[in-house]
Structures are given as structure tokens and as C-alpha cells.
Ligand binder design. Sequence first.
Ligand SMILES: [Zn+2]
Length: 67
Amino acid sequence: MSSPKCRECGKEISEDLRNCPHCDTPVNPNIPKYPTFGGSGWVMTVIGVLFITLIVGLLINMFVYQD
Ligand SMILES: [Zn+2]
């Protein structure tokens, strides 16, 4: 076990911490603070396109089946 040192200020920090308590630099950049959709942005795009298609389809249906 080696205690890592902050790559910014050089002080020893705990691996458990996500940010250096001294300068708030992320300790391990491989651990994202929040879940990211990196690399799967196309999934969101596909979902967005499908969602828009659904909304447009519903609107068209509303107009077609009016009266
Ligand atoms: Zn630091």
C-alpha cells in the first residue's frame, strides 16, 4: 500500500478521497464524480429521436382524428 500524493500540491492524500483535501484536485481521475454517459452518447441520441418521433406521431394522430 502506498499513499498517493496529490499531483497538484504533492501532499499525501487518502485513496478513499475523491478530491485532495488541500487543493480539491481530483485524486483519481478514473473515478468520475457522477455517472457519465461517455461513449454511449448515441444511445441518448437514439432515445431522443424516438421520443421526438413519438411526440410528432401523437400530434399528427391528434390532428388526423380530430372531429
Ligand atoms: Zn492537492
